[in-house]
Design a protein around this ligand. Structure first.
Ligand code: GCU
Length: 400
């Protein structure tokens, strides 16, 4: 089936949704020129430089001593006493970044944590009225302003009870605190402090990923969090972000991509579902300008997304797809994980322990985890149950 739709520019386009019609793509070899594990760091640096220069854009260096931390409210009990909520505010490059940290009340020491952005404000993650209402620009709301009615709107996407019960903290932040998700030619968010980016400099996804590293800079000094066990997680555009954060910053202990699709875990060269041209037209601010050179020219890309995944190796990596999320190309997400597998194995791990794409709702949890869940583009309790089992296996039980 070929479906017709239109881009935000109004141009009608055809999108491929029939796997049988997708040509077998030849993927660049992530291990090119590598014969010994000692060769990998140099090859890794080459791959990173390509993705940085041609896709995400280079982010500025940052002096972490410049982060100022304030607290407007004291820590508070949450989830009927089972958890503690703290909400430090970080001043980063002129932006006020409001953290929401929910940690188990029954553990006094530092706990491992999931760190991930939310789409529309911390107050949408849980209905607790103590959670600060987001102050900045918010998408899909009247006057782009957060309101009390939106409390808990995205609660289904955040398994806070399960996360804290299992001994993990959740650290979440509204992505718009770092960079509001609309194209204003880079005048707002953290871009404002650094000027309009050159064609190889950071777009919004790289800015978000950079923001996650800044939050980790802070978490290193947060006694409640074991900063060596921070798992960066994101859904969709924020899954593209978690992958680039994990690739850019080796301090992240593990990386989870939930339905990240085009520009995330899905192979671009397959041109299945969302394409490079389409993503660059609908969201011109997400990637650096150089990436637009590959609009309708995916065959010319010197890399594909399996190489982004390989940059996480040998750290634990989880790629999750959803059956009905064809726009994100589930099969292409699996094939990218499979394409990263040789690097994981080369570095001495079990990689992705399957040759073939697993059946619906049959996860595999090697050093690379993968599942395709029944249902649509979303983050569900099922997804979180897999991430928790994966984190228990690869992060919680691992020694520092
Ligand atoms: C759009 C976009 C995707 C993105 C998704 C999301 O569908 O085309 O690339 O992943 O939004 O972030 O929800």
């Amino acid at each position: 089936m070929i479906a017709m739709t239109t881009t935000s520019e109004g141009a009608p386009r055809k999108f491929q949704y029939d796997d049988a019609k997708v040509a077998d793509v030849k993927l660049p070899n992530p291990l090119k020129g590598v014969s010994d594990t000692a060769d990998w760091p140099q090859r890794r640096a080459e791959i990173f430089a390509m993705l940085e220069d041609q896709m995400f854009g280079k982010a500025p260096t940052f002096d972490k001593a410049s982060i100022k931390v304030t607290r407007e409210v004291a820590d508070k009990s949450m989830l009927d006493g089972a958890a503690i909520l703290s909400q430090p505010i970080l001043q980063i490059a002129g932006c006020k970044v409001q953290l929401m940290i929910v940690r188990p009340a029954n553990i006094s020491g530092a706990v491992p944590a999931f760190l991930g952005y939310n789409f529309r404000g911390n107050h949408t993650v849980h209905e607790d009225p103590a959670i600060a209402l987001t102050q900045g620009w918010v998408p899909r709301t009247k006057n782009n302003t957060a309101t009390q009615e939106q409390r808990g709107l995205s609660a289904k996407r955040w398994a806070i009870n399960e996360i804290t019960k299992r001994g993990y903290a959740l650290v979440t932040v509204y992505c718009g605190d770092i960079d509001p998700d609309f194209h204003d030619k880079f005048k707002n968010g953290v871009h404002a402090a650094y000027g309009v980016p050159a064609p190889n400099q950071w777009g919004t996804i790289a800015a978000w990923a950079w923001g996650l590293s800044r939050i980790l800079d802070y978490l290193v000094n947060e006694p409640a969090i074991d900063a060596k066990k921070v798992i960066v997680m994101g859904h969709s555009r924020l899954g593209k972000t978690s992958l680039w954060a994990g690739a850019s910053d080796p301090r992240f202990a593990a990386v989870i991509s939930n339905n990240s699709g085009c520009g995330g875990a899905a192979l671009s060269k397959r041109r299945f579902g969302e394409t490079v041209h389409r993503i660059n037209s609908s969201f011109p601010h997400w990637f650096c300008d150089n990436f637009k050179n590959y609009n309708n020219r995916e065959d010319k890309l010197p890399f594909d997304q399996h190489m982004l995944l390989a940059l996480v190796a040998p750290r634990p990596l989880y790629v999750a797809s959803a059956e009905k999320d064809l726009w994100a190309d589930p099969h292409g997400e699996f094939l990218a994980a499979k394409g990263a597998d040789p690097v994981y194995r080369f570095l001495g791990t079990d990689g992705l322990p399957t040759e073939d794409m697993p059946a619906i709702d049959e996860p595999v949890h090697g050093r690379i985890g993968y599942h395709i869940r029944s249902g649509k583009h979303d983050v569900t309790l099922y997804d979180w149950k897999q991430y928790l089992a994966f984190a228990d296996k690869h992060i919680k039980k691992a020694s520092n």
